[in-house]
Write a protein that binds this ligand. Structure first.
Ligand SMILES: O=C(O)c1ccccc1N[C@@H]1O[C@H](COP(=O)(O)O)[C@@H](O)[C@H]1O
Length: 209
């Protein structure tokens, strides 16, 4: 059985990033969405990325950002993967010459199988909770039972995951990967090393069950 990959999102310090890697994270997320309490600038992101060991995915999260701003960030920060969390279309997502994942906020009627075809160039679909007016990072879960068995692309489960529910989530959904932000924070925008470690241990428990 393959291991569920782990992305920890909302990195804002070298200390938090290294703690996540030490705990076993496969990918770190950097939020380039100015209204977010987890927003980071490209220069600090670059410093953090340069402190990382090899083989850690560096994910830049954008929400309906102007293409020239995404390109500006990419010219400074050595990102390896893009995460689009707004209403970006496939042509936009493909236009940066980097692999990407597309976030989908689950609401009644969302057809993930159709979206997997629409975003056929995406490496994976990230499924998150829907809350009007908020593009993500809500801390809310959604009904995982609405997820189809075979989406046609790897699925990254997100939305309200915590050390307390992650083993049940992994066991129930069997996603390719999980993504967490608020569930491993001690304060808005500040990660907690102990919670990150508990979260990764919960993923391993879910994998083993
Ligand atoms: O983290 C944010 O501030 C954020 C802002 C805008 C869009 C997405 C954001 N984060 C992503 O949201 C999901 C779920 O987060 P949470 O675990 O419920 O807090 C996750 O993919 C984050 O990467």
């Amino acid at each position: 059985m393959t291991r569920t990959r782990v992305k920890i999102c909302g990195m804002r310090s070298v200390e938090d990033a290294l703690a996540a890697v030490e705990a076993g994270a496969d990918a770190l997320g950097f939020v380039f969405y100015p209204p977010s309490k987890r927003a980071i600038d490209a220069a600090l992101c670059r410093v953090i990325c340069q402190a990382l060991p090899p083989f850690v995915e560096r994910v830049g999260l954008f929400v309906d950002e102007a293409p020239e701003q995404v390109r500006k960030v990419l010219s400074i920060a050595p990102l390896s993967l893009l995460q689009f969390h707004g209403d970006e279309n496939a042509a936009y997502c493909e236009s940066f010459s980097l692999p990407y994942i597309k976030a989908v906020r689950m609401k009644p009627g969302t057809d993930l199988i159709a979206l997997a075809q629409t975003y056929s160039s995406a490496q994976a679909l990230l499924v998150d909770a829907y809350m009007p007016g908020m593009p993500g990072g809500t801390g809310l879960t959604f009904d995982w039972q609405v997820l189809p068995d075979n989406v046609g692309k790897p699925v990254i489960l997100a939305g309200g995951l915590t050390p307390d529910n992650i083993d049940i989530a992994v066991r129930g959904v069997r996603p390719y990967a999980v993504d967490v932000s608020g569930g491993v924070e001690s304060a808005p925008g500040k990660k907690d090393a102990a919670l990150i470690s508990q979260f990764v241990q919960g993923v391993l428990r879910g994998d083993a069950s």
